[in-house]
Design a protein around this ligand. Structure first.
Ligand SMILES: [Zn+2]
Length: 86
């Protein structure tokens, strides 16, 4: 792990409404940024309301650089709890 990049696997996204960790549910690109979408997976929160978008500059995004085949739900689709390395 470099000192300048960042890997979203090192991030925990916690919901301020239900106080549980949100799971990665989507990936998109916007200009120079990779945009990761996190949602609550419980019946307490409406994902449309509590959804979190994390934007990482592409040049710093080690996760996307290492997982070039990952497009958000394909190769690593099983990665949903934010804890498992694969
Ligand atoms: Zn929530």
């Amino acid at each position: 792990m470099s000192d300048t990049g960042m890997n979203i696997r090192n991030l925990s996204i916690k919901c301020g409404s239900c106080n549980t960790y949100q799971t990665l549910s989507g990936f998109a690109r916007r200009d120079e940024f990779n945009v990761y979408t996190y949602e609550c997976e419980n019946d307490r929160c409406d994902p449309a309301v509590t959804r979190t978008l994390v934007e990482v500059h592409r040049e710093l995004d080690e996760f996307a650089q290492r997982d070039v085949n990952w497009r958000g739900g394909g190769v690593h689709g099983a990665w949903g709890d934010g804890e498992s390395p694969e």
